[in-house]
Structures are given as structure tokens and as C-alpha cells.
Design a protein around this ligand. Sequence first.
Ligand code: HEC
Length: 172
Amino acid sequence: MAGWSLSAAAGLATGALRSALLGAPWLLTAVLLTATATTAAAQEVVPYTVRGDGIDTPLTSTPGDPARGRAIAASRQQGLCLLCHGAPMPEALPEARFQGNLAPDLAGVGARYTEAQLRLRVVEARRVHPGSFMPSFHSTANLSRVGGAWQGKPILTAQQVEDVVAWLLTLR
Ligand code: HEC
């Protein structure tokens, strides 16, 4: 939960800053500029190199956090992984109650794949299976029918990808 409550909080904070800025532009300009710059940077695709069927180098210098990754995976706003996949999740997590069966269960993926392979599957699943309907979570290449608001923006930020990969690696 922490992952998306945090981003919801960040959204609220940005909204509040925006309204404050409308009322008193001179007061919060610097703060808002900083917040906007951070958000914009977070939405860009980080360049990555595919070697074999993996991406060896983490997309960020901050190591992924498995707990945040699990929250992102379960979230109906962010990862949406459970729309298609089943996965071991704590019973108490309401969002994890209904799980999909359109795709392989994620139980054991941490043992079946290397970190590099998991990173590529999350970043750009179609590199592995060209016909895949799994979304490319951190790629803006070779997509079709992307809604206006999402053009040029990845679904998950680089850090969120690292968090999800860290969580997948715990599924052994
Ligand atoms: C719209 C459906 C869909 C969504 C959403 C989805 N996937 Fe997938 N995923 C698939 C399908 C289908 C496959 C099987 C291989 C393929 O077609 O790419 C797959 C394969 C995988 C694999 C390899 C599994 C194996 O056993 O071979 C991993 C790991 C994976 N997905 C992780 C994720 C994660 C993490 C998320 C959320 C961030 C996610 N997927 C979201 C459909 C989906």
C-alpha cells in the first residue's frame, strides 16, 4: 500500500501547491518548480540496453524496494499485474483478493528468471514475446493506440520498475 498512498499523497500535495500558487505566485514558485521538475523527470523513459533476453543494469542507482514493488503490483492504479497474473500476496491486502488467470502465475518467477530477465519482462515484454499483450511498463517504443495523456510516458517510472523487479525476485 505504501507505494500508492505515497503517490496519492504526492498528487494531493502537488494539487495543493498548484492552488496555492494561483493565489500567491511569488510565494511558492521555487517549491512548485522543484516539484514539477521532479515529476517530469520521473515520467521519462530511462535509456536501457537489452543484452540477450535481459537488461543487466538497474535503471536507477537506488536499489528496488520489494515491499513497494508488491504494493505497485497489487495496485489497480499502477501495476495492474493481478489483472492478468496470480501472485502470492498477503491475505489482508484487499486489492490482492481477486487475481487474474490470463497469464502465468508469478509464484516462483524469482527462481525461474534472473534479475536481468525479470527487468526486461517488466520494461518491455514484447521484446521477449513479440505478440504479447502484457503492457510494456517502461518503454514508449512500438506501442499502438496510446491515449493522448500517456503519449511518450512510461506506465511505471524507472524506480517503480526496480521496486517491482525486487519484489519478483522474492517470489522463489
Ligand atoms: C494484460 C495482461 C498482463 C498484465 C497487466 C501483466 N502481465 Fe505479465 N505477462 C502477461 C502474459 C500474457 C505473459 C506470458 C508471456 C507473454 O505473453 O509475454 C506474462 C509474463 C510475465 C512474466 C514471465 C512469467 C513466466 O512465468 O514466464 C513476468 C515475470 C510478468 N509477466 C510480470 C508482470 C508484472 C510484474 C506485471 C505488473 C507490473 C505484469 N506482468 C502485468 C500478461 C500480463
